[in-house]
Design a protein around this ligand. Structure first.
Ligand code: NAD
Ligand code: 0WE
Length: 261
């Protein structure tokens, strides 16, 4: 019997076979969950349909999280397939690329700030609000993905770090709301991984090399390792864990050796 046998999970944020959401989908599938997926736009539709098929799923629904109607439509359509939902995985972030370079104050704009927060933080609350009715009475779980840039000022991460701080606070407020209903809400703070969202980021190679050099495990984390922790956090083995951030970063966050030879 798998960790997630009999559970149904909606995965938001698959864009490629390198996506963290895909690592999570693979682990959840292996542990017996039934899966459904969303895709951001028509460009990604075919790819996500193929990934859904590989994961034994026939459910791939459009959802641009910037659109209220798209969010409510996902749960309307999902409820035609499934009477309930047990797991919601939110693996979405976006900021305009120009804001992820150089000085925070040098690059920040009102528009860029609002956009980053809308897509990367508000969307978790919006999806959680829309998923809530389907998750009643289920020992259900919601999960989001964050980064250490929420709690430390990291070079170039800039407005995304501020949005991740908001995302982490959202996660705690959602956990407080939904705990009495039996719904747990958690976050994984993953180490840097070369995904689509990370490719083309100036200095990503430097971040990866740095973690390899100074993290206790002396290497970087994989999407499969993030997936396994996600499966655990959304399983009944984690039934007393909510409002928590679990670092899956080869121990990087626990070190203080930066800058030493
Ligand atoms: P990815 O590019 O594979 O996934 C990002 C996803 O966000 C894509 O599927 C994209 O379609 C989706 N997205 C963006 N804007 C959207 C919108 N308006 N509507 C719907 N979907 C939208 O990259 P990833 O690295 O797997 O990122 C997933 C999550 O993991 C993000 O929250 C990211 O911040 C977080 N994270 C990534 C790393 C890393 O180093 N890669 C580390 C820690 C946390
Ligand atoms: O959360 C992220 C990246 C999220 C992201 C990535 C992009 C690239 C393409 C959000 N918006 C965009 N917008 C785009 O146009 N990570 C944790 C990965 C990441 O991003 C960094 C990092 C790391 C690590 C940005 C600067 C420095 C390090």
């Amino acid at each position: 019997m798998g960790l997630l046998t009999g559970k149904r999970a909606l995965i938001v944020g698959v864009a490629s076979n390198r996506s963290i959401a895909w690592g999570i989908a693979k682990s959840m599938r292996r542990e017996g969950a039934e899966l459904a997926f969303t895709y951001q736009n028509e460009k990604l539709r075919g790819r996500v349909e193929k990934f859904a098929g590989e994961a034994g799923s026939e459910i791939a629904l459009p959802c641009d999280v910037a659109e209220d109607a798209a969010i409510s439509n996902v749960f309307d359509r999902l409820s035609e397939h499934w009477p309930h939902l047990d797991i919601l995985v939110h693996s979405v972030a976006f900021a305009d690329r120009e804001l992820l370079e150089g000085d925070y104050l040098g690059s920040i704009t009102r528009e860029g700030y609002l956009r980053a927060h809308e897509i990367s933080a508000y969307s978790f609350a919006a999806l959680g609000k829309a998923a809530r009715p389907l998750m009643q009475g289920r020992d259900a779980a919601m999960l989001t993905l964050t980064y250490i840039g929420a709690v430390r000022a990291m070079p170039n991460y800039n407005v995304m770090g501020v949005a991740k701080a908001s995302l982490e606070a959202n996660m705690r407020y959602m956990a407080a709301d939904l705990g009495p209903e039996g719904i747990r809400v958690n976050a994984i703070s993953a180490g840097p991984i070369r995904t689509l969202a990370a490719s083309g980021i100036k200095g990503l190679r430097g971040f990866l090399n740095h973690v390899e050099k100074v993290s206790p495990l002396r290497r970087n984390v994989t999407i499969e390792e993030v997936g396994d922790v996600a499966a655990f956090l959304c399983s009944d083995y984690a039934s007393a864990v909510t409002g928590e951030i679990t670092y899956v970063d080869c121990g990087y966050n626990a070190t203080g050796s930066d800058g030493l030879e």
